[in-house]
Design a protein around this ligand. Structure first.
Ligand code: S3P
Length: 445
């Protein structure tokens, strides 16, 4: 499906509530399934990726009920040892989180299994989880011997591990932690910088002992003690709005003159909220109101106003894992900032749903914005408030975040610019109502 968007959008004003956090939704299903008792969830994200996680756990005998609008879920947990051997290959669709986290769990079951997904998943690197899982005693192999799914897993008993992860990846960390629930000794993971910590927070809330330290050199150390039994929470698990989805509306409000928008109920966990720090550094007018806790996660409403004079910014180091999925839309906003913005230490962008360094630079260039690929990031030559876009067709490469990024940037064009985005239906992955929500904003005036 192609979507065409005209420039000179009306200001984004009023309020919007963003759908639930994708990372937390996945974990709620997985850890709910492994808990004793019933887990009730609100704010679940009904994106295709999270529905893939539900499908996989149903295939392993877990009863999961969804409300009509698919935002409320009830999971009948069967405890750590209650999963049943699936009758067929588990299909993780487009979801890297499902594939990697479920592999950790499957490695420790008393049955064999196979996980795979769509064309894109079958190209994404899985050695990053196979290596540590094997060190824990897992038997897991890439069927085509190319380091990618399909993965064949022979369930084994696992032991502890002390693992120095070369990448700050919450998927790698969580695969190890979930396998570690079955290990006879502690598991300890060191990562170059702390990656999103939703797994640790949820595990703690369910009764596991997980500690986190920052080491003197800035690395993060996460330890899970053995012998946990997970108990379903008595209270309903409230999933906050996804800051990665809010990012498109924050950015739209910064790009479209006259905008003044309140975005309700957004998760602002510090391991996810790097975008707020970067936009503040760029001089953006964003304030946090009504800060509170939703279970184990921090939440706030975000008040964002159009900012005429945005400054260029350099983004690297420990900030990168806290905004990895927002870098495409941040790069788009950098086009409207005065000066050159540099993104570095972000080679992980190359192994997402598309190579996001390439796909961003290609898309920006088609719109007439000068940008360059670097080894581990990109440079965007911002045009400041004089930003002009050309009409163009943009290939989303079936990457939801690329499609949404260019949809937002297109709004900043003039009345006579039209940006057409190919394969725009990929937004289903993380934000099925994205275009509807955007249209509601645009049609308001
Ligand atoms: C995720 C972790 C990140 C992120 C992905 C979701 C998660 O990936 O990009 O969209 O839910 O754990 P990495 O762990 O590979 O950085």
């Amino acid at each position: 499906m192609d979507i065409s968007i005209q420039g000179a959008a009306a200001p984004f004003s009023g309020e919007i509530t963003i759908p639930g956090d994708k990372s937390i939704s996945h974990r709620a299903i997985m850890l709910g399934a492994l808990s004793e008792g019933t887990t009730r969830v609100t704010g679940f994200l009904n994106g295709a990726d999270c529905l893939s996680t539900i499908r996989c756990f149903r295939d392993m005998g877990i009863a999961i009920t969804l409300s009509d609008d698919e935002t409320e879920v009830q999971i009948e947990g069967r405890g750590l040892h209650g999963l049943q051997k699936p009758e067929h290959i588990l299909n993780c669709g487009n979801s890297g989180t499902t594939t990697r986290l479920i592999s950790g769990i499957l490695s420790a079951q008393n049955f064999d299994s196979c996980v795979t997904g769509d064309e894109s998943i079958q190209k994404r690197p899985m050695n990053r989880i196979m290596k540590p899982l094997r060190e824990m005693g897992a038997s897991i192999r890439s069927q085509k011997d190319n380091g990618c799914a399909p993965l064949e897993i022979h369930g084994q008993s696992l032991h502890g591990i002390d693992y120095e992860s070369p990448v700050a990846s919450a998927q790698v960390k969580s695969a190890i932690l979930f396998a570690g629930l079955y290990a006879s000794q502690p598991v300890r993971i060191m990562e170059p910088y702390l990656s999103r910590d939703h797994s640790e927070r949820m595990l703690r809330a369910l009764g596991a002992t997980v500690s986190t330290k920052t080491l003197a050199d800035g690395r993060a150390e996460i330890t899970l003690q053995p012998g946990a039994q997970l108990i379903a929470p008595a209270a309903t698990l409230e999933i906050p709005g996804d800051i990665s989805s809010a990012a498109y509306f924050i950015s739209a409000a910064l790009l479209v003159p006259g905008s003044d928008l309140l975005i309700r109920n957004v998760g602002i966990n510090p391991t996810r909220a790097g975008i707020l720090e970067v936009y503040r550094r760029m001089g953006a007018n964003i304030s946090l109101v009504n800060q509170r806790l939703a279970g184990a996660e921090e939440v706030a409403d975000l008040h964002v106003c159009y900012t005429e004079n945005l400054r260029a910014v350099d983004i690297g180091g420990a900030l990168i894992p806290t905004l990895i999925d927002e870098l495409p839309v941040i790069a788009a906003v950098a086009a409207a900032a005065e000066g050159d913005s540099r993104i570095y230490d972000a080679a992980e962008l190359k192994v997402k749903e598309s190579n996001r360094i390439q796909t961003m630079v290609a898309g920006l260039s088609s719109l007439g914005i000068s940008a360059e690929e670097t080894e581990d990031g990109m440079i965007i030559h911002g045009q400041g408030k004089k930003l002009r876009l050309c009409s163009a067709s943009i290939d989303s490469f079936k990457d939801h975040r690329i499609a949404m990024t260019f949809a937002v940037l297109a709004l900043r064009g003039t009345r006579d610019t039209t940006v057409t985005i190919h394969d725009a239906e990929c937004i289903e992955i993380s934000y099925p109502n994205f275009f509807k929500d955007m249209k509601k904003m645009i049609d308001k005036e």
